[in-house]
Design a protein around this ligand. Structure first.
Ligand SMILES: [Zn+2]
Length: 310
């Protein structure tokens, strides 16, 4: 299996197909085999995780497998292939697979605004990410599903600590803070993966990049993912209106125009992350170029949409 940046998981709809692809990605990427991880708990774990993803417009099992696929592609780029330890590669694949498990289909603000049991449980902090993390860890306690059982190189505590960091950093409310850290961490010319902090920074960059990489896919694919995100936001907006709650800025379908919202997301959130990633691995520049192209198309479409309203 040759990992391609432009590959699409969109034609795969059933959990069975997606689980089979996920397993294949783990096997073909290779880190798992080199670490001596047995395939049985992995296939059981993938099935269990797949069953726990909800059928949300965007945060569903297809998004998880798409993130996993792109992660495998990123890990195959020369600098990461050479410098990341197998343990980290395997953990990154695992994080990509589980990072949105049991996502409720609305955002953390909804949990907080409605004083949900989960918001209380996690003190309003990265509520949904903490929940996905807890679900994953609970599954790992079952020896039949423990995909980290045969890894001896690192202690279990170390594995789980890194796992926490990687899942929690997908909370987008910390995006700007993260970009500052990444700007600083990539400002020198030499990148030392043996340095613990830099290694951690790169792992977090990779999971964040894989998570939003669908914005850098060929336009037709990117647009489908974008529409799914907006459908999830707008459904939340309807609920917010219904319950007289403040409506989130992107959640009002009468105010947020699809093309402008997508162009804005690339311009203000995605572009910088991928541009900084390409400082470390220049081959990821193709993602930056694809993002720029998509932004131009969205902006043009937004202008047309605005003109047709006049
Ligand atoms: Zn995600």
């Amino acid at each position: 299996m040759k990992f391609e940046r432009t590959y699409s998981v969109l034609p795969m709809r059933s959990r069975r197909e997606l689980s089979a692809l996920a397993e294949k990605i783990f096997i073909e990427q290779g880190s798992m085999k080199r670490l001596g991880v047995r395939p049985d708990p992995l296939s059981r774990f993938i099935k269990e995780i797949g069953d726990r993803y909800r059928d949300n417009p965007y945060h569903n099992f297809q998004h998880a497998v798409d993130t996993l696929y792109t992660m495998a592609w990123l890990l195959n780029l020369p600098i990461f292939k050479k410098n990341l330890p197998d343990f980290h590669k395997y953990l990154l694949l695992m994080t990509a697979l589980v990072h949105d498990v049991e996502h409720p289909g609305h955002d953390n603000q909804w949990e907080i605004k409605t004083h949900s049991p989960l918001a209380k449980k996690y003190n309003n902090m990265s509520v949904i990410e903490n929940h996905s993390l807890a679900v994953s860890k609970e599954l790992l306690e079952d020896p039949e599903l423990d995909v980290f059982a045969s890894i001896e190189e690192y202690k279990r505590q170390d594995i789980l600590k890194l796992f926490d960091q990687l899942i929690l950093c997908t909370d987008f409310s910390w995006h700007k803070v993260f970009l500052d850290e990444l700007t600083e961490g990539t400002s020198r010319n030499k990148f030392d993966f043996k340095e613990k902090e830099f290694l951690s920074l790169m792992c977090r960059t990779l999971i964040k990049a894989a998570d939003i990489s669908n914005t850098s896919k060929p336009f037709r694919q990117a647009k489908v993912w974008g529409q799914r995100v907006m459908n999830e936001f707008w459904a939340q907006g309807e609920m917010e209106k219904k319950f007289n709650l403040p409506v989130g800025p992107l959640n009002d379908s009468s105010k947020s125009e699809f093309n402008s919202a997508q162009a804005g997301f690339i311009k203000f959130a995605a572009y910088e992350l991928f541009a900084l990633l390409s400082r470390v691995e220049e081959k990821s520049e193709e993602m930056v170029r694809a993002l720029q192209q998509n932004q131009i198309i969205y902006e043009r479409n937004a202008e047309r949409a605005a003109a047709s309203l006049k």
